[in-house]
Design a protein around this ligand. Structure first.
Ligand SMILES: Nc1nc2c(c(=O)[nH]1)N=C([C@H](O)[C@H](O)COP(=O)(O)OP(=O)(O)OP(=O)(O)O)CN2
Length: 139
């Protein structure tokens, strides 16, 4: 099997609902995403997927949909005010944790028919969450 990984940096704001710590307050992160793709075969150029094509697809989507936006739960009471002020938001139906944002990006990559294996979101330099659909329980 071959595996390639691409890193994409973006900034986002969020806050966690039903959470007692400081992350219940609106705050921002310099997030780092690592997207890993896997395949058994290479194309006639010796590539799994051209890194440029990953950038064109996933980095473009992250840039337009998530970068410099507040990623908020649809039930977040701050949402209506931010929308009224025309602030950029990305609304989801679940808590915007690192785990869920990793899954969101994984699902986008999957919808683009990329052979994505896992997505890791580094929310801070020390904390990351990974989402993948591993077939083997030993992963
Ligand atoms: N499993 C998860 N735990 C936490 C998440 C998460 O998404 N998944 N998110 C948060 C906060 O949103 C945020 O990431 C702050 O976390 P923290 O580690 O406290 O970050 P700091 O950089 O502020 O850490 P310091 O060591 O206090 O500087 C919390 N948990």
């Amino acid at each position: 099997m071959y595996r390639i990984t691409q890193q994409i940096d973006f900034c986002y704001g969020h806050r966690l609902l039903n959470y007692a710590g400081k992350c219940r307050n609106l705050h921002g992160h310099n997030g780092r995403v690592q997207i890993s793709l896997e395949a058994a075969e290479l194309d006639n150029r010796g590539m799994l997927i051209d890194f440029t094509d990953i950038k064109k697809s996933i980095a473009t989507w992250i840039d337009s949909e998530l970068d410099h936006r507040m990623i908020l739960h649809e039930d977040d009471p701050a949402l209506s005010m931010l929308l009224e002020l025309n602030e950029p938001v990305y609304v989801i139906s679940y808590n915007p944790t690192a785990e869920n944002i990793a899954r969101l990006i994984y699902e986008f990559a999957n919808s683009e028919k990329l052979p994505v294996r896992e997505v890791t979101l580094w929310e801070t330099p020390k904390s990351s969450a990974t989402y993948g659909e591993w077939s083997s329980p030993s992963h």
